[in-house]
Design a binder for this molecule. Sequence first.
Ligand code: NDP
Length: 291
Amino acid sequence: MSAIIMDGKALAMKIRDGVKAKCNLLLEKGITPCLAVILVGNDPASLSYVKGKEKALAEAGMKSRDIRLFADTQEAALLSIIADLNKDESTHGILVQLPLPHHINEGNVIKAINPEKDVDCFTPVSVGNMVLGRKGFLPCTPSGVLALLREYNIPIAGSHVVVVGRSNIVGRPLANLLTTKEYNATVTLCHTGTYDISFHTRQADIVIAATGMPSLITPGMIKENAVVIDVGINRVSDPSAKKGYRLCGDVDPAVEEKASFFSPVPGGIGPMTIAMLIRNVAEAAGNSLNK
Ligand code: NDP
């Protein structure tokens, strides 16, 4: 039997409609939610992510301040731009598209963002708030995964969830959120130091892959009827495709035959991440009203 495909695109549109309604209320109060999007260099994948975010902001009636910087921009110059944005009352969120060029210290840049404008939960303060269960923005991709699981009424509490990948923006925060009382899952976090990943994934009720390794998770690595969430977005060369490449996830699409629910790439977590981002920007703008 084939898995039910989890339509992240449809849910994302629903969330985006809700955000648009919230934006209209803010507009009536004289506030236009605004996200500053900083891109250093011209990495094609980053450029395409940034364009997707800016399109979603415009569709929701929000503003984006596009700050495009040359690849050789110095760290001090970037920090100074962030300091100005932190002070600017008409900018409610700040997003620095990662990765940054190697000569810039990512940690310094992230730390410089005011946590009240840190709509993707990158700063140490935001991450600390999340881990301690305090108020603050939640990271967009992990919250997108959780929202999609909820939409399909997947039981999370009491489930064994195996997250493969421990990056600071996806795997680690996701594993952390899943272990909170709110979600009550039992979580195993796998990475390159894990001895036998399939030993863990085969026991999982829910497998979440966020590794950047195309088709790492194969049908033999999951149990029958597991729920499989594919976060990966990878460009693999494909001479038959118009652009010379195609997008694929971290999960072999053949998993669909064995899973009960499966989030595809594209159309799964990618659109959910953007929806969560614009939701956070609207919230940041709303928070600015209460100041
Ligand atoms: P990172 O490269 O930052 O982290 C990858 C993680 O996967 C690391 O923890 C690494 O382990 C682990 N890993 C890599 N290879 C293996 C392997 N063979 N076995 C086990 N673990 C492995 O990636 P991100 O978390 O930023 O992104 C992961 C994927 O998700 C990418 O394809 C990215 O494009 C996509 N992505 C998608 C988003 C969306 O909106 N859908 C948003 C963000 C990312 P170790 O720590 O040991 O090195």
